[in-house]
Design a binder for this molecule. Structure first.
Ligand SMILES: [Zn+2]
Length: 92
């Protein structure tokens, strides 16, 4: 089990190098794992865990994540993205 900090560093590196996409996904599905490999940490999503599947038009394939990896990816890609497409807080 990787620590949250090492996962975050790993996912940041994959976002920067383009291994993981930085765009929004069109659809996110959660479901029981079938022993899939997580696209973020490359570990197996155990069968008693949920797998998050992200589908996007510009994604070469469906991305599969641990729930924890999904949330880290989701927050990191927002942090790293230059396009202020959806601001997280309203600016007054
Ligand atoms: Zn993972």
């Amino acid at each position: 089990m990787k620590s949250e900090e090492s996962l975050r560093t790993l996912i940041q590196g994959k976002l920067v190098s383009g291994v993981l996409p930085g765009q929004d996904c069109a659809k996110v599905l959660g479901g029981p794992s079938n022993g899939e490999t997580c696209d973020a940490c490359r570990d197996t999503v155990e069968k008693n865990q949920l797998v998050m599947e992200c589908v996007g038009e510009h994604y070469p394939k469906t991305l599969q994540f641990h729930v924890r990896c999904f949330y880290i990816w989701d927050s990191e890609r927002r942090t790293l993205g230059d396009e202020p497409a959806c601001p997280s807080a309203p600016a007054e």
